[in-house]
Design a protein around this ligand. Structure first.
Ligand code: GEK
Length: 261
């Protein structure tokens, strides 16, 4: 590794600076819905680190899937790429592979941060970031779509149509990797999983008030489906092999494969 290039571990340590710490809901502020603006982009990497269980392990698993599925020269597209954390890590983990990476997001603030990080890691040649609505994605012959924690922000009524669009864009044998927060239709289990998740956040330094306020701000904005509903949507879109490769209580990651013919 080039010693002049920052490692991701060093970057995460830099993120621990107070102004990069997610304290968005640690203040008395006017009740407002959650939006992906500059304030969120500034602290987003810390938010992911402390709010998404096994975020890095999921990326390590995705790297293994891509390594064993794609050929050199193929194109990986991250939809709802936010600050580019997934693509940056994948491009480092898969340095020996000549993959092309595109991230798409409709938040300019998130993409500003993604581009800055790509420069910081000297990855600007490999990664491109595009501002746009993923509902209109037009990337024919894509080899892999990554949709991590993003479908949950798309209106439920539009989700199946959107997944069908991804399926149509993919080359035969192409894959869709999708991670989501989920609900359980068993009320007792659902409650238990939410409690365990809130405990996870408390252990990472969020107060009960911050957790409650964030939950309120995301109400009607982040709308999770169950594991079964997500699987059924991927299957209805045309994916034949659909399997979860990771689950931690109310978080799941799927691998969905488009058949060869
Ligand atoms: C990660 N995947 O690091 N078009 C484009 N972008 C959108 C749209 C849309 N219609 N709707 C939402 N977004 C990332 C994390 S965050 C998840 C993804 C979270 C974008 C939105 O701007 C945000 O950057 C991202 O989807 C969701 O693994 O904040 O919980």
């Amino acid at each position: 590794m080039n010693p002049n290039v920052l490692s991701y571990k060093d970057y995460l340590i830099m993120q621990k600076k107070p102004n990069n710490r997610d304290s968005l809901f640690d203040v008395e502020h006017i009740k407002e819905d959650f939006i992906f603006n500059e304030r969120v982009a500034q602290v987003f990497d810390d938010m992911l680190d402390r709010s998404v269980p096994f975020y890095h392990e999921v990326i390590l698993s995705i790297a293994k899937i891509l390594q064993s599925t794609l050929q050199n020269g193929e194109h990986i597209i991250d939809l709802g790429c936010a600050t580019g954390a997934t693509l940056l890590q994948l491009s480092s983990l898969l340095e020996e592979k000549d993959f092309h990476y595109t991230g798409i997001d409709n938040s300019a603030a998130m993409l500003d941060k993604a581009r800055l990080k790509a420069e910081l890691f000297s990855k600007q040649e490999r990664l491109q970031f595009l501002l746009g609505d993923i509902m209109n994605v037009d990337q024919p012959s894509a080899s892999a779509f990554i949709l991590n924690y993003t479908l949950q922000f798309i209106r439920p009524l539009n989700r199946e149509k959107f997944l069908t669009r991804l399926f149509t864009n993919l080359r035969p044998g192409g894959i869709c990797i999708m991670s989501e927060k989920i609900i359980s239709h068993h009320p007792g289990l659902n409650r238990k999983y939410i409690d365990i998740y809130h405990q996870f956040k408390k252990e990472r330094g969020y107060s009960e008030l911050e957790i409650a306020k964030k939950r309120e701000a995301l109400e009607n904005i982040l709308i999770p489906c169950s594991l079964e509903e997500n699987r059924a949507m991927l299957q209805s879109a045309g994916f034949t092999e659909v399997e979860p490769f990771f689950q931690w209580f109310n978080f799941v990651s799927f691998l969905a494969v488009k058949p060869l013919s």
